[in-house]
Design a protein. Structure first.
Length: 373
């Protein structure tokens, strides 16, 4: 019995020591011996009001000075206190991110940074403290509340808000029965918490469409694209339908389910036509569209087909006449150069020679009429 009591007492002492190590200073030493000079949010310098998101990644800068102690190891630790000055335990995703061991010599000033991520801290007003103490003697301890421009830095952590939604949809709106279509969606996280997973669904009851896709790790204000494919049924008689695009988030790894659904779905109205209508539409598009021009036109006199044919006949005759004229010009030009008269002269000379020969062979004496009787 006594042995059990001793063990219990020892455990109580250990737990008490651990609790004390995670509290602020029990007794502070004077600023003339050990001092925390400043605590600053690197993103909110000179801002009296600090506004943090419940899962935000933060960087805090702390400057300290050892004014009177010999060189030794000190611990610097950050604490988050609520409006009632109660310490908020496990306010970061890793407790080691808000505690450091540093060696500081007498008269030395030391600056360091703490980088951490808030662990879903509930919305409200808080105060940030830093504690500086001797690693081996916690009675040598000092603390400071974050101060900006001479005033207490009022830290407000916003209420946890989740909101992942469809921002834009890219894809066709005029579809044919039996057609397979693809849509690209922009998904944005407008909340203040990073989402491990986001589920996107495309749904229409009449067309029997339900397609799903998941995005992993969607950061705050981050936009990611996702693609969804589905086919318009061949036998549908509907001419107009709406596809509903919805998002689900706040994924539970243990159950594999989503806890929240965005209450304002994005819809896309589709016009659906049959394959036959598509063919007719194509024919109409390729045929001359005489009535598409709505601008008033002045009537022009039409040229009869007969007059058009007669015109071609006249043109042909003119061409023939031009050719004949060219031939006549060539003919008269040749005559002028005695091409044809030279041939005629040659023929006349031959005739004269023949007559001359005939004359020589004829007797020169003639018979008198008396002898003939």
């Amino acid at each position: 019995m006594e042995k059990g009591a001793v063990i219990f007492f020892m455990l109580l002492l250990i737990l008490t020591f651990q609790v004390n190590a995670s509290e602020l200073c029990e007794n502070e030493v004077g600023e003339n011996t050990l001092e925390i000079i400043s605590i600053q949010d690197s993103k909110l310098l000179d801002e009296i009001e600090w506004i943090w998101e419940p899962n935000e990644e933060k960087t805090i800068e702390v400057e300290v000075e050892n004014k009177n102690y010999t060189k030794r190891n000190f611990k610097i630790e950050l604490f988050l206190l609520d409006g009632s000055y109660n310490i908020r335990e496990n306010f970061t995703t890793s407790s080691s991110d808000v505690i450091k061991t540093v060696s500081i010599d007498n008269g030395e000033t030391y600056e360091t940074e703490f980088s951490f991520q808030l662990n879903g801290v509930k919305g409200g007003l808080y105060f940030l403290y830093a504690k500086l103490y001797d690693e081996n003697n916690e009675s040598i301890c000092t603390e400071l509340k974050a101060i900006e421009t001479g005033n207490e830095a009022l830290l407000e952590i916003e209420e946890e808000m989740r909101m992942s939604m469809v921002k834009r949809i890219y894809g066709p709106t005029l579809l044919t029965t039996g057609e397979e279509v693809e849509y690209t969606l922009e998904i944005i996280n407008l909340g203040n918490i990073e989402e491990d997973k986001v589920l996107i669904t495309a749904y229409n009851k009449e067309l029997n469409i339900r397609e799903e896709a998941e995005i992993t790790t969607l950061g705050i204000q981050e936009i990611k694209n996702i693609t969804l494919n589905f086919t318009i049924p061949q036998n549908t008689t509907s001419t107009q339908e709406q596809i509903i695009f919805s998002t689900e988030y706040d994924y539970n790894k243990n159950s594999g389910l989503y806890s929240e659904i965005y209450d304002r779905d994005k819809t896309l109205t589709l016009q659906i036509i049959t394959a036959a209508e598509t063919t007719n539409k194509t024919d109409l598009e390729t045929a001359p569209q005489e009535q598409t021009n709505t601008t008033p036109q002045i009537a022009k006199p039409e040229v009869p087909e007969k007059e058009s044919s007669l015109l071609w006949v006249i043109i042909t005759i003119v061409i023939i006449l031009l050719i004949a004229t060219a031939i006549l010009i060539v003919y008269f030009h040749s005559k002028k150069n005695n091409i044809i008269p030279a041939t005629t002269t040659t023929q006349n000379n031959e005739v004269n020679d023949y007559l001359s020969k005939m004359k020589k062979t004829t007797p020169e004496t003639t018979t008198s009429p008396d002898k003939l009787s």
